[in-house]
Design a protein around this ligand. Sequence first.
Ligand SMILES: Cc1cc2nc3c(=O)[nH]c(=O)nc-3n(C[C@H](O)[C@H](O)[C@H](O)COP(=O)(O)O)c2cc1C
Length: 400
Amino acid sequence: MNRNQAEIDALSALRAPAMKPLVIRGRTLLPIVQGGIGVGISAHRLAGSVAREGAVGTIASIDLRHHHLDLLAFCKADPTRETLERANLVALEREIRAARKLSQGRGMIAVNVMKAVRAHADYVRVACEQGADAIVMGAGLPLDLPDLTHGHDIALIPILADSRGVALVLKKWMKKGRLPDAIVIEHPAHAGGHLGVTDFADMGHARFEFERVLTELDAVFATLGIARADVPVIVAGGINSHEAVRAALAAGADGVQVGTSFAVTEEGDAHPEFKRVLTEAQPDDIVEFVSVTGLPARAVKTPWLMRYLKNEDRIRTKIGARQQPCPQALECLSVCGLRDGIEKFGHFCIDTRLAAALRGEVGNGLFFRGRETLPFGAAIRSVRELIDLLLTGVARPAAV
Ligand SMILES: Cc1cc2nc3c(=O)[nH]c(=O)nc-3n(C[C@H](O)[C@H](O)[C@H](O)COP(=O)(O)O)c2cc1C
C-alpha cells in the first residue's frame, strides 16, 4: 500500500500532532529528508522508496556507474576520464528516472551534489534535465548553484554547518535574486561522511548546536529582511529516534535529515555486508580522520582504515608532497590530497575505497557512518518502518 497526499497529511496531523508538514517549493512533505549517501548507497531504490512514503528521497550523484554493469564494462574497455565521466552522467540519468518511477509522483526526489567534486556542474545539469525536484549541495559553499540552475524550476538546498555559512550563502544568492528553498544544517560532531569543519578540535564547538544555529538564524533572516517561514531549516546529524525528531522540531527546525539510519534500511542500495558493518559498529569502532578532500570524515574502523591510520604519518612523510596520477583516471575531486600531493590532506583513493564498501568488501572498503546509535540496533528494517518510528515512536511492519 502506498500513501497519497491525504494520508501523509493525516499521518503528520493525527499520529504526530506536534509535527507540521515540511513545505519545500510549494510541496507538502513529511518532515523527513533522507540525506545523500555516496558512493551509490542512496541510488534509485532508497531515494524512490523514501519519496513514495511522502518524504524527501535523495540520490547521491557521485560515481553511480558502479550500479550499472554495462557502464562498468564500457569503462573497462576505455578507462579514460571522458569515458568514466560520461558513464557517471548516464548512470545518474538512469537513477533519477528509476527513482521517479518508484516514487509514483509522491514526496520529492532530490539529487545531492558535492561542490568538492570536479564534475559538480555536469551533475547539476543532468539533475535539472531529468526533472529532479531538488538539488542539495554540500562539501563546499554552493555559491554558483543559482547560476548553474538558471531557467530550471528546481528547489535549491545548500548544506551548511553554522549561521555564518548561511549568512554568506544568503547574501550571495540574494544578489542573484534567489533564496534557498530550504537549508540543511549538518552537525559535524554527529553526522557521517565528510564533516563541515576544517579542524577536528572545532567539531564540538557550541556554534554548531542546533538550538544555537536556529536562534542565530532568526537574527540573520531578520537582518536580511527574509521571513523565516520562507526558508525551511532542516537539521542533520545524530537524529536517530522519535524523541530526537520532536526535540529538533520543538527547537524550531522544519524537518530533519537522516543518513546512517536510512543507509542500513532494506531498500538501501548497498551490499548487505555494508549494512552489517554499520549496524554492528560500537561507539569505539567509529573514528574521525582527514580525508583526501582535506576535510575531516567519520567512518567505521574496518581493516583498511585501521591499516591506513596506523601508517598515516609514514605515508605523509614519504609521499605526502608527491603528485601522483589518479589511480581511477576519473579525477573525481577538484582538489585531492593523493593526486595533488597535499601533505596535510589524506592520501588514498577515496573513490576506490567507497566503491569497495558499496560492494560489501569489508577488508578493502571505507565505511562512512554517523556517530550515534541506530533506531533498530543491528536489525535491518524497511524505509516505511524507519519513517513511522521517527514520526510516531512506533514502527509498524512494512505493508506488502
Ligand atoms: C555512508 C555515508 C555516506 C554519505 N555520503 C554523503 C554524500 O555523498 N553527500 C553528502 O552531502 N552527505 C553524505 N553523507 C551525510 C548524510 O547525507 C547525512 O547528512 C548525515 O549522515 C546525517 O547524520 P546521521 O548519519 O547521523 O543521520 C553521508 C553519510 C554516510 C553515513
